[in-house]
Write a protein that binds this ligand. Sequence first.
Ligand code: ATP
Ligand code: MG
Length: 359
Amino acid sequence: MLVISVSSLKGGVGKTSVALGLASAAHNRGLPTLVVDMDPQADASTGLDVPVTTPLDIADVLAAPKAKIMSQAIVPSGWSGGAKGALDVIPGSPRSAEFDRPTMSERFLRRLKDALATVSDDYRLVIIDCPPSMNGLTRAAWMASQRVAVVTEPGLFSVAAADRALRAVAELRRRGAPDLQPLGIIANRVRTKSREHSFRVDEMREMFGPLLLTPPLSERTVLQQAQGSARPIHSWPGQAASELAGSFDALLDRGLRTSTMRSRGNPRDAQVPNAPAVDAQAGEAPVGEARAGAVQADDVQAAQQPTTDVSEQIPADSSAPGAEEQDSTNPFTDDSASSTGTPATEDAEEAPRRPRTRH
Ligand SMILES: Nc1ncnc2c1ncn2[C@@H]1O[C@H](COP(=O)(O)OP(=O)(O)OP(=O)(O)O)[C@@H](O)[C@H]1O
Ligand SMILES: [Mg+2]
């Protein structure tokens, strides 16, 4: 069972959107998946079409991480038509905010990990949607995870927050979570025609090297429409939705490939319908001396990232609609701005000065 936290230390950059997109990709290919909604805002639960009130939720799990509590807290997502086991959710709760303090006991921080251990045979993938802070809830999520996907927007403050998040991952790895590694940085809401976005994406490539995952996610209003209807992006009609779905497929593939899970370790992992086989080579090989700018060398090494451009490793035969045109998922080659109604020339004028991110 691969556990991925979707995080950023900044609010509103697209954590929940990425968590939902990955869940949509996993669901589309029949991967038994559990989404854990650690954010007291419970946006992921809403997007997954979970009833507003459920008997138990994440607050109960964190209070008592027992198998019996887990079995009652886990509910099927509305996306899977009420059938449990395909795409399930531990719903978020405002009551979990009481755990979101800067100082929480080591015992508390291990509770989600303990709880997930009781269902490790039931799911191939666990996706945790985190709150935008580095307090108890995010720490507990990271302690339970093997990978952290850091979401950022291509803006000065967001890039700085992504850098801080990578450092925090490295720190927690040294302090009691030896299996924790960054999956990488996901650039979200990227607009092709924006010079500021291009500048920031280039800057991130310099800072983070191969930890900057491809493809970046375009800004698309269809994502908001799908979320507003509590539907998976893979079921949303139109070319823009297909392109986004293809991007999430590629990011999910990347997560599965760099997973420390070995396909021989658990028979279930080797028999995922429609899923590409876990690439044991990519998952086990250390990264060597990959450069990652501000990031410490051991962050990158532990991340087991390939030293080459990651885009080379994304299979062209993703199962998502629209994914056959891989190029079209790349906002640097298409005209995503026009689909959002943003004029292509919105910031065609040269900005006088762009401060670089401090790190
Ligand atoms: N690629 C995208 N294209 C268009 N809209 C997007 C995109 N990504 C996110 N959004 C929108 O941006 C808003 C914030 O996204 P989201 O809720 O996923 O961020 P978040 O990081 O989870 O926020 P919070 O910190 O409050 O939990 C939402 O309205 C979402 O629909
Ligand atoms: Mg959120």
